[in-house]
Design a protein around this ligand. Structure first.
Ligand SMILES: Cc1ncc(COP(=O)(O)O)c(C=O)c1O
Length: 411
């Protein structure tokens, strides 16, 4: 493809997903490349939430648990997410946060592999994954968390390992793991796998059952567009439902929560993965947001995502060569998720200057600029314009302005 704005406009005209952008309420003139961190607002969410607040809560009050089926939200929203990650509807439940779900599923995995005391992961995995595992190991007392670089993981899988926990798409570099191959290798030694799909769900086709994955978790507020702090999801393959026990055995996971008996008894299927009362408004927002995926061709989504990422990198290579950026993600689009990463010693200030020019990405310490390409609403021409503005920020040294060097709490 020739690298011109007109060529980008032509790609947008031919884009089978182009109409999906109208489902989102994006500010005019702003280029949003951070849907990998917080998805944009789907237009139907405000309408749906307003009806839930004024009608279901305001008028229906407590009756809405039944009349609006609030109680069915975790399974219903989970069922919608299941379609996006290659699972059956009853294998995914919407609940809690990703961090809490990691704890529940990792603890359950340890109990499902008695006698095995090792959890394997990789250094540089998303901090919450490692922190929760560290906490779990400390709590369990005799469990060891081993972290090894990705290329050493296949050889490190042995009969001591209870669980392999990896994030399928790395939060910083966007590198994509071979979920099928690593799951197969884990199963050869009798270990279970827990995949963090926070940067995969809604970003690329995921085939949990095709890979025979055991367990998975993921975020509701990134590519699924459920809004800030949206509830997360948990997947447990059906073959494990019977053996699965949540360490957070709250009343919502009980077989009969409204009998109020003293003794805990796990609920049917994945209902047992629930803990407490679901955040109804958050789940309602997520349920509405997921409609943006109705009828979506995930192969077309993936093709566009790879094209956008490649276009960005091609343009950065062609136009920013003098400015000291290093490409910090796989150059091969098939080896990365739906984001790209650039490394630069002045990355924080450069990103702030870019945001001042209405191109929103983010920064991850120590030196990574992340750009997420959400194929539902990012256009090829946005990529062109984003790099155009990056060139201005660099050529004119805008990032040198002291105001761009003051670190905010959230980067
Ligand atoms: C890979 C990964 N896991 C988990 C999380 C966040 O988990 P939580 O929603 O519990 O804060 C993130 C957030 O960026 C993430 O990138």
């Amino acid at each position: 493809m020739s690298l011109t704005r007109a060529a980008c406009e032509a790609l947008d005209r031919d884009d089978p997903l182009a109409a999906r952008r109208d489902l989102f309420d994006l500010p005019e003139g702003l280029i949003y490349l951070d849907g990998n961190s917080l998805g944009a607002l789907p237009r139907n969410v405000g309408v749906r939430l307003s009806a839930a607040v004024t009608g279901e809560w305001g008028r229906g009050l407590i009756r809405s648990w039944n009349t609006a089926d609030w109680i069915g939200l975790p399974a219903r929203v989970g069922g919608r997410i299941a379609r996006l990650v290659g699972a059956e509807a009853d294998e995914v439940i919407c609940a809690d946060s990703t961090s809490v779900n990691i704890f529940k599923l990792a603890a359950a995995a340890l109990a499902m592999r008695p006698g095995r005391k090792v959890i394997l992961s990789e250094p540089g995995n998303f901090p919450t994954d490692l922190y929760v595992l560290q906490g779990l190991a400390e709590f369990a007392g005799d469990v060891e968390l081993r972290t090894l670089p990705a290329d050493q993981i296949p050889a490190a899988l042995d009969d001591q390992v209870a669980l392999l926990l990896l994030t399928q798409v790395h939060y910083k570099t966007g590198r994509l793991h071979d979920m099928a191959g690593l799951t197969r290798r884990a199963h050869e030694v009798g270990a279970l796998t827990l995949w963090d799909l926070s940067h995969s769900a809604g970003a690329l086709p995921v085939d949990l059952n095709g890979c025979e994955a055991d367990l998975a978790v993921g975020c509701g507020y990134k590519y699924l567009n459920g809004g800030p702090g949206a509830p997360a999801f948990a997947f447990v393959a059906r073959r494990h439902h019977e053996a699965f026990r949540s360490p957070l055995s709250g009343w919502m996971g009980h077989a009969r929560p409204f009998e109020f008996v003293d003794a805990y008894e796990p609920g049917q299927g994945l209902a047992r993965a629930l803990c407490g009362t679901p955040p109804v408004l958050g789940m309602t927002a997520l349920e509405a947001a997921l409609e943006a995926f109705d009828g979506i061709d995930m192969a077309a989504l993936r093709a566009k995502s790879m094209r956008l990422g490649d276009l960005f990198l091609d343009l950065v290579e062609a136009r920013c060569a003098a400015h000291g950026f290093a490409i910090a993600c796989p150059r091969d689009a098939t080896a990365r998720g739906s984001q790209v990463a650039l490394a630069h010693a002045e990355g924080y200030a450069i990103m702030q200057a870019l945001i001042a020019r209405e191109v929103i990405g983010d920064f991850r310490a120590p030196d990574i600029l992340r750009f997420g390409f959400t194929p539902l609403y990012v256009r090829h021409v946005d990529v062109w314009d984003a790099v155009d503005r990056l060139v201005l920020v660099m050529d004119q040294g805008e990032w040198r302005d002291p105001k761009f060097h003051q670190k905010a709490a959230v980067t």
